[in-house]
Design a protein around this ligand. Structure first.
Ligand code: UD1
Ligand code: UDP
Length: 356
């Protein structure tokens, strides 16, 4: 089985699948496309998650959507020809996911998509295009939640869909003992339950200077009430060059996985446009405000700690202060129990190869 990872949110999704394949003695090869290459967006996850090094690195790097996806496809096609995998496993919704799913489907080999069925219904999001296309070319659709299965059924993909739970949660739960050893709180001078954690990297939030300015204004307001910690994604950093960030806001480089979970766990509130962090905060029981107009993860709202609040300064500040004062209900969805990878591998081996 050829397992693909390329960008930050992929590593914590493939880690438990690789471990499960290893446990069953199923031959597996890890391919890193190189979409993300900075040590803090890539290497750190291999050490934090005790993952094996990639068997193949495609080194595609950054570029426009077409350039990046095309480079992934060219390099992955050669690799597929060389190793003839039975199954290609792709995760999430990044350009690497799309490129490798398309190549796998045409090889042809069996393509399994983990985290299938998520839909924001915002076609301006590049990830939404990737999600829909990947689901429609894949053979196995592993969905994290019932809403995702419903989306797949509505698109005529019900026969290929399996509700398996959330692989990110597998990694989160198994990492908690190591998260306890993180020293990030001391390093940043923080005590638990006293700060807001912020992450921003969506093009819709950071590429437009006006929207980014509005979000910084909201953060400055919140920083009057509590400390604000802001690990900055490289896309965002490149857009902040001409902006001043208030000294009340603690900025850092992107943090490693274990440090990020520690910061999420102990925060009073998390403000984010990340997909994965909406899920992690739900499981950790930390209130989350999603600074977007929509979410592809509505279960984190209906059965978790997430509220989708958009990008209006007044609403962001009002909701944050409300949480800082009163807290928020803690709850977590069914099947987000640390066993999603086990379910996925069970299904793959039972359907695909009777040897196991
Ligand atoms: C990508 C994903 C997004 C995901 C995010 C997670 C797509 C379409 N987007 O967005 O879904 O939420 O990763 O973090 O696949 N850069 C660096 N170092 C790196 C990688 C990128 O400096 O290691 C800079 C480059 O200037 C690059 C820019 O960040 O052009 C954007 O990188 P890219 O991978 O294209 O998109 P992300 O915004 O990271
Ligand atoms: N993350 C991290 N360090 C950071 C920010 C995020 O380790 O500085 C982790 C986070 O805990 C989650 C994943 O990266 O596991 C989410 O990735 P990201 O927000 O980049 O992408 P998205 O989920 O939005 O696609």
């Amino acid at each position: 089985m050829l397992v693909v990872a390329g960008a930050r949110p992929n590593f914590m999704k493939v880690a438990p699948i690789l471990k499960e394949l290893e446990l069953r003695g199923i031959e597996n090869l890890l391919v890193h496309t190189g979409q993300h290459y900075d040590p803090l967006l890539s290497d750190v996850f291999f050490s934090d998650l005790a993952m094996k090094q990639p068997d193949y690195s495609l080194d595609v790097g950054s570029g426009s959507h077409a350039y990046q996806t095309a480079r992934v496809m060219e390099a992955f096609e050669s690799l597929v020809e060389e190793v003839s995998p039975d199954v290609v496993i792709v995760v999430g919704d990044v350009n690497s996911t799309l490129g490798c799913a398309l190549v796998g489907a045409k090889a042809p080999c069996t393509v399994a998509h983990v985290e299938a069925g998520l839909r924001s219904r915002d076609w301006a999001m590049p990830e939404e295009v990737n999600r829909v296309a990947v689901d429609h070319v894949s053979d196995y659709l592993f969905a994290p939640s019932p809403d995702a299965v419903d989306n797949l059924k509505n698109e005529g993909l019900g026969d290929k869909s399996y509700l398996v739970g959330n692989v990110m949660v597998d990694t989160l739960l198994s990492s908690l003992p190591l998260v306890e050893k993180s020293t990030i709180m001391e390093k940043l001078g923080l005590v638990g339950d006293s700060y807001a954690l912020v992450t921003l990297h969506r093009p819709s939030n950071v590429d437009d200077p006006d929207t980014l300015g509005t979000l910084l204004e909201a953060l400055e307001n919140i920083a009057q009430a509590c400390k604000v910690v802001f690990p900055i994604h490289p896309r965002t950093l490149s857009k902040l060059e001409n902006k001043t960030i208030s000294p009340n806001i603690i900025t850092t480089e992107p943090v490693g996985y274990l440090d990020c979970i520690a910061l999420e766990k102990h925060a009073k509130v998390v403000l984010t446009d990340s997909g994965g962090i909406q899920e992690e905060t739900t499981v950790l029981g930390t209130p989350c405000l999603t600074l977007r107009e929509s979410t592809e993860r509505p279960i984190t709202v209906s059965e978790g700690t997430n509220q989708v609040v958009g990008t209006d300064v007044n609403i962001i500040v009002e909701k944050s202060l409300e949480i800082i004062k009163n807290g928020y209900l803690k709850r977590s969805p069914a099947l987000w129990d640390g066993k999603a990878s086990e379910r996925i591998v069970n299904i793959l081996v039972s359907k695909w190869d009777t040897r196991y």
